[in-house]
Design a protein around this ligand. Sequence first.
Ligand SMILES: [Zn+2]
Length: 526
Amino acid sequence: MAGDETASGFARRDFLAASLAMSSAPALVSVASGPAVAQAAVAAEPPAPPPPSAAAARKAVESVKDAVLRISREVWATPELSLKEEKSSEIHLRELRAAGFRIVSTGTSGTPTAFVAEWAQGTGGAKIGFLPEYDALPGLGNAAEPRQIPGPTGAAVGHGCGHNLLGAGCTGAAFALKTMMTDAGTPGTIRVYGCAAEETEGVKVYMARDGLFGDLDACLAWHPTPVTGTGLLRTAAADMFRVRFTGRSAHAGVAPWEGRSALKGAELFAIGVNFMREHIQPTARLHYVFTAAGVAPNVVPDHAEVWMTIRDSDRQRVVAMTAWVRRIAEGAALMTETKAEFDLTFGIHDLLPNAPLASHIHRHLTAVGMTWTDQEQSFARACQKEMGLPEAGMATSILPLLPEKTTGGGTDVGDVSYNTPTGLFGWATMPLGVGLHTWPVTACGGMSIGDKGSLDSARVMAGVGFDLMTDAALRKAVRADFDHRVDGRTYVSPIPKERLRPDGIPAHLLLRDGTGEVVDQLYRPS
Ligand SMILES: [Zn+2]
């Protein structure tokens, strides 16, 4: 269903896909005509000295460089859609085993291509998590060339969201952090969550339901973007569901009175939703498509289906709107003497930022810095020319810390952020003005621009991870900010209890153990 999911627009819920992409628009303007990005950002702070761990992180990433680039390049060359990431997850697992990590579970939280791996030393240390993703997108296979041309496996599937880089950076950061902790004799636990299916029904929400993030001190991740930065960005909470109307078919000309139209139920449902709009918060979004609406006008349709997404800036508002919309469906069924079935398939929390973590990540972003060769800038400008964009090349400076702001997009990292302090950032792996889910993202992800994203993001996360492992005051500040934002709310999973796993898992993976069930060694933190 990945193609449908993508068509829904819901798939672009990557944490910074909407938010930092928004920031890239002013960044592009600033290149072209002057207004500074800083307009949209907090006033620049005086430059802080690079954190002492930045140099060790650079050295540690250098020592695991080959493994990081193997993951990045092999996953790029083996693009697989959500829930079908058999080879991609195995590439991560192979490298994790080789690096001395213990594979805690595969088939995690009911998802065959998800996993958890761990490395620990000593006692009483902190626990830090990383969130690699590795799914690709339909229609975005492309060669590592600055023009739209099929890639090594054609054009059907490709890494147009850069998850080959995202995954390599996160797993690579875990390797580098292990090296740093081994060298320094630092006690602690590094946990790597193999986050399958980010583009559709992200497994992080299922993992959060299983309580897999609850014992962490913090979780770190990044996302490829056109610009490099971090801040207090929030993303929207969402519910995704299908409303199915069932009526009775009849000859529409001879005996229409014998029929009850499921389509009319669906139409009145949509009218009800649209009348509701006046009375919801301006931050809310309601979007829907008709996925079944009858087959011929001379047959009264006995089946109709509406697929809908509801979003708002926080989870409570989404839950309230979903309850209202459910009653609208019941009302539409009453009016048309049809039946309405409400099927909530997936939901996500809004993303809670973390101020101390964001400013600490910002110090590491600045310490790592961005440099591009002339060849890389030419490659970027050639992509922009092909896309009809201003030929501004790659971003060259780190954005100032972004202020608190909610975007309309969403991410399954939101559910992680309600369970543990979560730090995120964007690193430039595509030319300015290029959006995610486009062919230049795939192209840049298969050459040196992408390699730099994998390695540089790993440097940032290894450095931040080491500071979290070794600095109790930083951990305390991060936890206090988290507690303040959660404000006593208990995490309630958006996914209905009866839903065991995402839809769309290929049958051969479900049947792998011969019982029809996923081989699921459910992991519970000790
Ligand atoms: Zn993504």
